[in-house]
Ligand binder design. Sequence first.
Ligand code: GUN
Length: 296
Amino acid sequence: MTAQIIDGKALSQRLRVGFRERVAVLREHGVTPGLAVILVGDNPASKVYVGNKVKACADCGVASFHHALPADASETEVLARIAQLNAAPAVHGILVQLPLPPQIDVRRVLEAIDVHKDVDGFHLYNVGGLVVGNTIFPPCTPYGVQLLLETTGIDVAGKNAVVVGASNIVGKPMALMLLQKEATVTICHAKTRDLAQHTILADILIVAAGKPGLIVPQMVKHGAIVIDVGINRLPDNRIVGDVDFEGVKQKASWITPVPGGVGPMTVTMLIENTLRSAERKGIAHDSWDAPTVTVD
Ligand code: GUN
């Protein structure tokens, strides 16, 4: 068997066509959707991610407001900036790029963001919403994975889904979203003994561990759907995921490439959440239902 490729770049582009139409409707209502991005310090990877987010805004007609703070910025300064953005009517979404420098308490910062502008979905209110199955803003990476899974046409209900990686950003929310769709979910993490014993049972395997080559063909069930969330830069500068793509492709039924799989979807779902926020704020009233993303 050779797996079919789940093309995140193509799906992103299709979704963005719809986004531009939604931006046009918002503009007709006098609303320009706006996203504020706060970057503290100069972590090179974070700079690239923020650059991609700002570019995606421009691509879809969303205004972006880039706030760069020095690496030695205090927590008070960051909180003051968030307070300012919470109050700014032109800003519908606020994103604080993670990780933050050690002098800043990440939880305090995330909890300061207005829950109605929390387009990353990291505020406790939105995390709680995810637990009970109706968050306002699903976190962007798992949200993107969910849409990628939908493109396969395979219903996750009743399937064994194994998530490798238990981060707050990807693994944990991913597991909750799969559970909400009625999958039987296992979460594996750095302390899991005999990882292969779990992954081999997966009908749906989602890997977000940040370890190149972690998943090899012997760990994958024939016909599994494999989603690789990893983005790792090798010493020779190549970008690879956590899955041995060439090997696992021979066993899986569907697989995401790296690059061109989950990565583009993360940024695209950030725009989706920003539009949803603008629609709720700007033109959401009794007679107007905000569109939700669908995949054909
Ligand atoms: N750092 C790595 N991924 C993310 C993300 O999805 N959002 C934010 N804010 N920071 C990140």
